[in-house]
Design a protein around this ligand. Structure first.
Ligand SMILES: N[C@@H](CCC(=O)N[C@@H](CS)C(=O)NCC(=O)O)C(=O)O
Length: 205
């Protein structure tokens, strides 16, 4: 399969999942895709929404949305999610959808205020940043430790491992969401992820 992405962007969440379960893929670097140009055209040819990650499967089918990719992979590899039917699985589903439904849009809108609120750009970025911090504080209260759901890593930890380098930034996470931060760093230390972490420059303190 081919994964369209940019180092350390959302594609790194999927790279982390793929490495954890040992699935092979080719990486198509589309750096600069969020502005007009060749990279954007290349991505738009497979995903009209022009977002990463975009996965093109071996049969040519296109799979977007990190949560859809996580669930698709979890069907193939039990270790990405708790056993279906368990209380942990229900919590997994809730938090997975919660992250993409609530946290991810704060980037979609707040990182590109010129698209959505041309005359109130600072206000949009400030309010989405503040909202994101509130969301992460709530997520912190859900973290069981040492991983998000407890003793076993899941796809949720793949999100955490990448997202602690995004806004509000690593120092903020370490100070305000220490359990989430620790789960993310623990995930980063998994030897199976060493190559992906290095390629995406996701370092460990
Ligand atoms: N809901 C999508 C969100 C993906 C997303 O927003 N990706 C960002 C990069 S990390 C992106 O492509 N942003 C550019 C844009 O929205 O134009 C998912 O979970 O995969």
């Amino acid at each position: 399969m081919k994964l369209y992405g940019v180092p350390a962007w959302g594609s790194a969440i999927v790279e982390t999942m793929l490495a954890l379960v040992g699935e092979a893929y080719d990486f198509v670097d589309v750096e600069g895709f969020d502005h007009p140009g060749a990279a954007q055209d290349r991505l738009a040819a497979v995903n009209p929404l022009r977002q990463v990650p975009t996965l093109v499967l071996d049969d040519g089918d296109v799979l977007t949305e990190t949560a859809a990719i996580a669930l698709w992979l979890a069907d193939r590899h039990a270790r990405l999610a708790p056993p279906p039917g368990s209380a942990e699985h229900r919590r997994f589903l809730r938090l997975l959808i919660w992250i993409v439904a609530n946290v991810y849009p704060t980037f979609t809108y707040g990182d590109y205020p010129e698209r959505w609120a041309p005359s109130a750009q600072h206000e949009l970025t400030d309010t989405t940043n503040a909202h994101r911090e509130r969301l992460y504080r709530w997520l912190e209260a859900q973290v069981v430790g040492p991983y998000v759901l407890g003793e076993q890593a899941s796809a949720l930890d793949c999100y955490a491992a990448v997202m602690i380098d995004w806004g509000p930034g690593r120092e903020w996470f370490a100070e305000n969401t220490p359990r989430l931060f620790a789960a993310a760093e623990l995930m980063r230390r998994d030897p199976k992820l060493a190559a992906v972490m290095a390629r995406n420059e996701l370092t460990i303190n």
